[in-house]
Write a protein that binds this ligand. Structure first.
Ligand code: ALA
Length: 482
């Protein structure tokens, strides 16, 4: 259970050329784009309005800054590891090197919540925007086929759809992108670059065109008075808002799963992880500032597409459809990177023998872990098609925060056990930064509903059973040491 992998061994395995390995094709620019690709999505385009209306008012900008600070602590720790151990497994591999096989398995298993369920969450949100778009043009798909059971959807014109059978558009987008991923990493990165340009362009257009239509009256009061309920407004509202918009930052760590495909990971990893985080924070704060300036925060209550509602205030109504299409494109890149990250983590775990070989099989022509892609195409589709979006979102947040905590602990452990290892990027102010990272992430986990904690424990218990019945017996390092 406590077997560790040495850094030398990890690097040797990752650097081994020949068949059955991933190709190094990603530049630093690709990596920053990959980060932004995974970051800007449902969090910005839907949760900003909810957090403003329910928790923080116009001060949702401060919530974004707080959430960014929490991510920055974890991001600095990720950057140290990703430049030091640039292999595909991300947090899973870092734990293998620092805390041993069992901890590594736990985190690898936990990352399914972030990546696979993250892809499912955003695909459900994607389906909502698509529905809205089609509805505008009087194209109505039967309700049973666009809404999952136990879910209620409110369309722009007030139509309410209650509990359908299956969310087919969400399944469609997951399947389509899984096929793109199977085709090739370079092709996927190129597609991602285009989607990211569209997405960043729409955010900038929103900020630029919206700025001159801001009504300063909407900023009074900037921090609405606390209503007495714990999480509503005032400073406590701002911190709860931070836990809500945390979802908007998830994904910067996905850059680290591409480490084994980066041309120069030592330089590219810190640039990719921290660069995408900085760019997104600036865009988020400006976006939230304009959004709450265009419309009073109270107007965003219950609105699943607040960006479009706010933009309508500018009078550029002819741009409305373009906005929705660009948002759909933006969501697509989030799903793409999440699915990619997931397949890379399972690929690495299978290479270590903790999962069946099936998951590490590389396509001879496309050099992608295509069987894993197929597996997750079905796995993610089940969640996308049948589970309500809020339940999915909370699972993603709790799973991600748990992973962040373990990575911060990992940096502390590694500095103690291997102080002289080569670190192309060093987390500053250790132990302060990792310790603050742990505190802030645990605090954000604490503000998530109890159901998500129960589900986290169930998922982890399942993982532990699989480890003891399969992984422990088949672990490559375990076998070689025996
Ligand atoms: N950060 C990603 C999003 O907001 C998961 O969609």
């Amino acid at each position: 259970m406590f077997y560790k992998k040495s850094i030398e061994q990890l690097l040797l395995e990752a650097g081994a050329s020949g068949e059955g390995n991933l190709k190094r094709s990603l530049t630093s620019f690709n990596l920053v784009a990959l980060g932004i690709g995974a970051i800007i999505g449902a969090g910005l385009f839907s949760l900003t309005g909810i957090a403003a209306a329910e928790n923080a008012g116009p001060a949702v900008t401060i919530s974004f800054v707080l959430a960014a600070v929490a991510c920055a602590f974890a991001g600095l720790c990720y950057a140290e590891f990703a430049s030091m151990i640039p292999v595909a497994g991300s947090a899973y591999t870092y734990s293998y090197a620092t805390m041993g096989e069992f901890a590594a398995w736990i985190i690898g298993w936990d990352l399914v919540l972030e990546y696979a369920l993250g892809a499912a969450t955003v695909s459900v949100s994607w389906s909502r925007y698509l529905l809205e778009f089609l509805h505008k043009y009087n194209i109505n798909i039967p309700h049973q086929l666009v809404v999952s059971p136990w879910e209620t959807v409110k369309l722009g014109d007030g139509t309410i759809i209650e509990g359908g059978l299956i969310n087919l558009p969400a399944i469609f987008i997951v399947m389509l992108l899984s096929l793109v991923l199977m085709r090739g990493t370079k092709e996927s990165a190129t597609m991602n670059n285009i989607l990211v340009i569209v997405k960043v362009a729409v955010v900038i257009v929103f900020i630029a065109l919206g700025w001159s239509h801001i009504n300063p009256a909407n900023y009074h009061p900037y921090i609405p008075e606390n209503t007495g309920a714990f999480e509503n407004f005032g400073w406590t509202g701002i911190t709860t808002g931070a836990a809500v918009v945390f979802f908007a930052f998830i994904g910067f760590d996905a850059v680290s799963t591409a480490a084994q495909e980066a041309k120069n990971p030592k330089k590219g990893m810190p640039i990719g992880i921290l660069g995408s985080l900085v760019v997104c924070t600036i865009l988020y704060v400006l976006f939230a500032h304009v959004m709450t300036g265009l419309l009073n925060y109270k107007e965003f209550a219950g609105d699943a597409k607040p960006a479009a509602t706010a933009f309508a205030m500018t009078g550029y109504s002819f741009l409305q459809d373009g906005l929705i299409v660009a948002i759909l494109a933006g969501y697509t890149s989030v799903i793409l990177v999440m699915l990619m990250g997931q397949s890379r983590v399972f690929y690495t775990m299978a290479k270590d023998g903790l999962l069946p070989k099936f998951f590490s099989s590389i396509h001879t022509k496309f050099s992608t872990p295509w069987k894993t892609n197929i597996f997750f195409m079905f796995f993610v589709s089940i969640f996308a098609g049948f589970v309500p979006v809020s339940d999915l979102g909370h699972m993603v947040s709790i799973g991600t925060l748990f992973a962040f905590v373990l990575v911060c602990i990992g940096v502390l452990v590694m500095r103690g056990t291997q102080p002289n290892a080569v670190r192309p990027f060093r987390t500053p102010l250790v132990p302060l930064v990792p310790v603050l990272g742990i505190i802030v992430c645990v605090w954000l986990m604490y503000s998530l509903p109890i159901e998500s904690w129960i589900r986290l424990f169930i998922w982890m218990a399942l993982g532990i059973i699989i480890y003891f019945t399969y992984g422990r017996k088949n672990s490559k390092i375990g076998k070689s040491l025996k």
